[in-house]
Design a protein around this ligand. Structure first.
Ligand code: HAM
Length: 424
């Protein structure tokens, strides 16, 4: 019987995995100088954590969650995103009692039962950040600036920063009224889901993926025309801070995002190279969510990047730097194998990737193997070398070769691999 991974779920294999590691460590490096600390969260949560925050009438909650009863009959969900869990952890662990702001980053798999296609998976990976306690528009700009710095340092080019404000609970009722007014004579033509959304959450009609609804919403009222004075002034200050920080942006008044928890600033970073699933990162403010989860009034903002989309862009913009062994020790004879395993231990202790030819094949075939692995050096150790106390070496990059005393191995290594760990 042949097994295969589930639909929409994928393995991350070498050499791609090196790119993933590079991106993850770069994210950690960049985010930490902005004061973000890592938080590790469970992959399963109580279902209501997501229904309450993401919203009952969103696509994610209505159609995409992996929800199942556990053995005690509790409703459990594989997390479709990270924000709700970070907020749950923030409130549950009373992190609001710590000095403000509190800033976190996380990385890991998320699960959505979506129709798989290029750039869209059922298990996908995000790196995300969430910051609690700062309301100021300059901070929104700082978050976007950090995202830009990270993406530039990762080497992604040709990105668009799209930004919008979707206001607060004070401006929402007027916008909602304008939307229901706009759709009232189109109601019967909307998809069945949007007919329900019309009643409960008309904003979500703007996010529907059904072709008919996309057509019907042309000319719909724009949320930015309904902002209250405070939200308008916040948004204008975000935009002026972006200009000061030299972040090119495009205001996109249709950017309402597919999750209900957002207030004020929303944004997406998109790339035309990605095709229809073009958002590589997305996020915004969610100033009410901590309170809704039972915590104190706490403004908050965050974003998440899709690792599959990000690594796709990186692969297109340049090759993956594939690591390869530093030294391959080819062995000739039983004694040589034991000697080689001791030498390999010393080399690995210096941080050098070392492979040993354990399989007893001919020298020619071992050297071919070293070449195939793209090893930098081959060492050759046979009974003859052991009795003379020497080993032969070959530089497989420039084809130079020579012979060195086994006792002089330390000097040989420090002259060829200056980054190797110095002996204590
Ligand atoms: P989101 O827009 O649902 O936001 O997802 C963020 C990013 O995750 C997307 O821009 C995309 O790159 C990636 N992504 C989403 N779904 C998939 C999928 N099915 N396959 C591959 N990649 C995908 C959030 O998740 C929010 N929690 C972001 C946030 C953090 N807002 C505030 N803080």
């Amino acid at each position: 019987m042949k097994y295969s991974a589930l639909k929409g779920v994928h393995d991350i294999l070498p050499p791609d995995v090196y790119l993933w590691q590079k991106v993850e460590s770069l994210a950690q490096g960049v985010f930490s100088v902005y004061g973000f600390q890592e938080i590790r969260l469970p992959i399963i949560e109580s279902t209501d954590i997501f229904t309450r925050s993401i919203g009952e009438t969103t696509d994610i909650v209505e159609k995409e969650m992996y929800t199942f009863p556990d053995r005690a009959g509790r409703s459990i969900t594989l997390r479709p995103e990270g924000t709700a869990s970070v907020v749950r952890a923030y409130v549950e662990n009373h992190l609001h009692n710590l000095p403000s702001p509190q800033k976190f980053f996380y990385a890991g798999p998320m699960f959505r039962y979506e129709r798989p296609q290029k750039g869209r998976f059922r298990q996908f990976y995000q790196i995300g950040i969430e910051a609690f306690g700062l309301e100021s528009p300059e901070f929104d700009a700082e978050i976007l600036s950090m995202l830009k710095v990270f993406l530039e340092r990762a080497g992604v080019k040709g990105l668009n920063f799209e930004i919008n404000s979707i206001g607060c609970e004070d401006c929402r009722p007027a916008f909602r009224k304008a939307l229901t007014g706009f759709f009232s004579d189109k109601l019967n033509d909307l998809c069945p889901d949007c007919q329900v959304r019309y009643e409960h959450n008309p904003l979500r009609i703007l996010d529907c993926k059904v072709e008919r609804c996309i057509e019907l919403r042309k000319g719909a009222p724009r949320v930015t025309d309904f902002l209250c004075d405070e939200c308008r002034s916040h948004f204008e200050s975000v935009l002026s801070s972006l200009r000061i920080l030299d972040i090119p942006y495009e205001v996109n008044p249709t950017l309402v995002r597919g999750l209900d928890y957002y207030t004020r600033t929303t944004f997406e970073v998109t790339s035309e190279q990605l095709g229809s699933q073009k958002a590589v990162a997305a996020g915004g403010r969610y100033d009410r969510l901590v309170e809704e989860f039972g915590g104190p009034e706490t403004p908050a903002i965050g974003f998440a990047m899709g690792m599959e989309r990000l690594t796709t862009l990186l692969k297109e913009s340049g090759g993956i730097l594939i690591p390869s062994p530093d030294i391959f020790i080819a062995t000739l004879g039983k004694r040589a194998v034991s000697e080689a395993s001791v030498i390999a231990g010393e080399l690995r202790a210096k941080g050098l990737w070392t492979e040993v030819g354990y399989d007893g094949s001919s020298l020619k075939s071992q050297l071919r193997k070293a070449d195939r692995l793209a090893s930098s050096y081959a060492f050759i150790i046979g009974d003859n070398e052991i009795s003379t106390g020497k080993f032969k070496w070959k530089n497989l990059k420039d084809s130079s070769q020579g012979e060195t005393d086994i006792s002089g191995l330390g000097d040989f290594i420090s002259s060829r691999f200056p980054d190797a760990v110095k002996p204590r």
